[in-house]
Design a protein around this ligand. Structure first.
Ligand code: BYC
Ligand code: FE
Ligand code: FE
Length: 471
């Protein structure tokens, strides 16, 4: 039952045609989605053929099918992982009870809110990235951007399916609103902060796919454990797509670093910017900005929402079943450093209330692996510069550190000191202007912009020179 039916208007493996009402409702939403894609998706590349991968089944070996398609013809569909017989709620107050195939009435509001918040990020990211195609450093990168975009569009489909199928009229209203909010719009913004930040350059794009898509990974891992089985199954499949987005980010930043290292070794006495590369300390500032913003996406350190979601069995910890032996999270605590009268006090928080912080910690640990990968590039080039992650308290806008000031190591500082030193830590308007000045499209097969190295291999065994996008 994992094969995907492509004869339908909406490709799916959920036997959509057996539920005519639902099918009609989704077929009614489909043109609104396509209109949104036309208005808010990638600009001006609608008639070009792009070498994209599409799911043909959800089996581990069969789901990635590659071929040239025009983006508006992409077959966005609904793909859930197969149901596991006898699955039980793996955590919380309902531990060990059979998972829910319908929404439990008492958790309806919370569940809807979680699904809407997840859903909202997907079209938001497409909106944030819509102009980047015009300045792609190569056809390979252009194709990767569009691959990420169509898959984020599909993630919206995944969530809208849940809203339509399980939440009746409220769900349909939410699905409409998902096409109405706009990233960065003052009156109708997207829900979470990072998804209203502009992504104006490819350096921002690579940082976003490295650090913000990785929030996607961890939030999806938490949902993959959910006792609401359809949510768990859809998120498991989304995770397979997510891996590529983070690959684009990690290797994208890595290639920028690689190029700068090459220039530094060729011209040891010059500023790499004189030779069209991005200085390593400037790249570090972009890291600081996007990590801090993405760190906010886990919500407050101490959260009764998080405790309730866990108790209800809706949202678990990442790798709940694999990693933990105790699944109620009761009677345990978690150490949080709370700001108090200008200093930090270590205090024990009941574990359930600290679950946002638990997920954030897993996330930051995963980020570090990517940073280590970048540092190996510097090391191989015999350069002493090393990248690092800003402390989790740095430049936060959500949670207990909001409104306070910390340096990159997390030490409390005054507002004056922060203002005096922030140009060393975060991209300045001049930094942004410089990076923007490098953003010139390179659309010839096999060619690459001067500020980034070519990838070590192409997509799906194709060479770098392949016509990934037919212009
Ligand atoms: N910006 O108890 P609190 C992805 C709000 S990324 C603005 O602290 P809670 C993707 C919060 O909503 C994955 N507002 O937090 C990546 C609440 O507001 P209300 C996205 C924020 O609820 C790249 C209030 O502050 N998925 O897939 O424990 C490309 C206090 O809430 C922010 C999810 O987020 C913020 N950063 O946790 C494409 C999963 N943070 O309700 C896609 C679903 C918090 O009082 N969401 N607030 O008005 C959740 O699990 C939770 O809503 C959060 C917040 C973890 C986000
Ligand atoms: Fe996504
Ligand atoms: Fe993603």
């Amino acid at each position: 039952m994992t094969a995907i039916d492509y004869t339908q208007k909406i490709p799916n493996n959920v036997d959509l045609s057996s539920d005519k009402r639902l099918q009609r409702a989704l077929e009614h939403w489909q043109p609104a989605y396509q209109q949104w894609w036309h208005e808010m998706g990638p600009t001006d590349f609608e008639t070009n053929e792009i070498y994209l991968r599409t799911a043909v089944s959800v089996d581990s070996d069969g789901w990635a099918h590659f071929g040239h398609v025009k983006m508006p013809d992409y077959r966005w569909g609904i793909f859930l992982e197969p149901q596991q017989q006898g699955r039980v709620v793996p955590f919380g107050d309902h531990l060990g009870q059979p998972v829910w195939q319908e929404v439990p009435g008492e958790f309806r509001t919370e569940l809807r809110r979680l699904i809407v918040t997840q859903a909202d990020t997907e079209p938001a990211s497409v909106e944030q990235q819509r102009l980047l195609g015009h300045t792609a450093p190569s056809l390979y990168d252009l194709r990767n951007l569009f691959q990420v975009n169509v898959e984020e569009g599909r993630h919206l489909w995944a969530m809208v399916y849940l809203l339509h199928r399980y939440f009746g009229k409220d769900g349909r209203t939410e699905a409409e609103e998902l096409l109405e909010r706009r990233s960065g719009n003052a009156d109708h913004p997207r829900i979470l902060g990072t998804f209203n930040e502009p992504i104006t350059t490819w350096l921002d794009f690579f940082m976003f796919t490295m650090f913000t898509d990785r929030d996607g990974k961890f939030q999806l891992l938490a949902f993959a454990e959910s006792g609401f089985d359809p949510l768990a199954r859809t998120c498991r499949f989304m995770l397979t797509e997510e891996a590529h987005h983070m690959f684009v980010g990690q290797t994208g930043v890595g290639r920028v670093i690689q190029r700068t290292c090459e220039v530094m070794n060729e011209f040891p006495d010059a500023d790499p910017a004189e030779h069209g590369a991005i200085p390593l300390p400037l790249i570090q500032k972009y890291v600081n900005f996007w990590v801090a913003s993405s760190t906010d996406l886990y919500g407050s350190e101490i959260s009764s929402n998080a405790a309730n979601y866990f108790a209800a069995g809706l949202k678990g910890r990442a790798y709940e079943e694999k990693k933990y032996s105790e699944h109620t999270a009761l009677g345990e605590s978690f150490m949080v450093e709370r700001p108090e009268n200008g200093s930090l006090t270590r205090s024990e928080v009941p574990l359930r209330n600290a679950l946002n912080e638990v997920l954030r910690s897993d996330y930051l640990e995963d980020n570090q692996k990517g940073v280590d990968y970048w540092n190996r590039i510097c090391e191989k080039a015999n350069l002493s510069f090393r990248f690092s992650l800003p402390h989790r308290r740095f430049n936060r806008k959500i949670g207990i550190y909001t409104g306070l000031y910390f340096d990159l190591e997390g030490a409390p500082i005054s507002r004056e000191e922060f203002e005096r030193r922030q140009h060393q830590w975060l991209p300045t308007p001049e930094d942004r202007a410089y990076v923007t000045s490098l953003m010139k499209p390179v659309f010839e097969p096999g060619k690459i912009a001067g500020w980034i190295a070519a990838p070590s291999k192409g997509v799906n065994g194709q060479p770098f020179e392949f016509d990934y996008v037919r212009l």
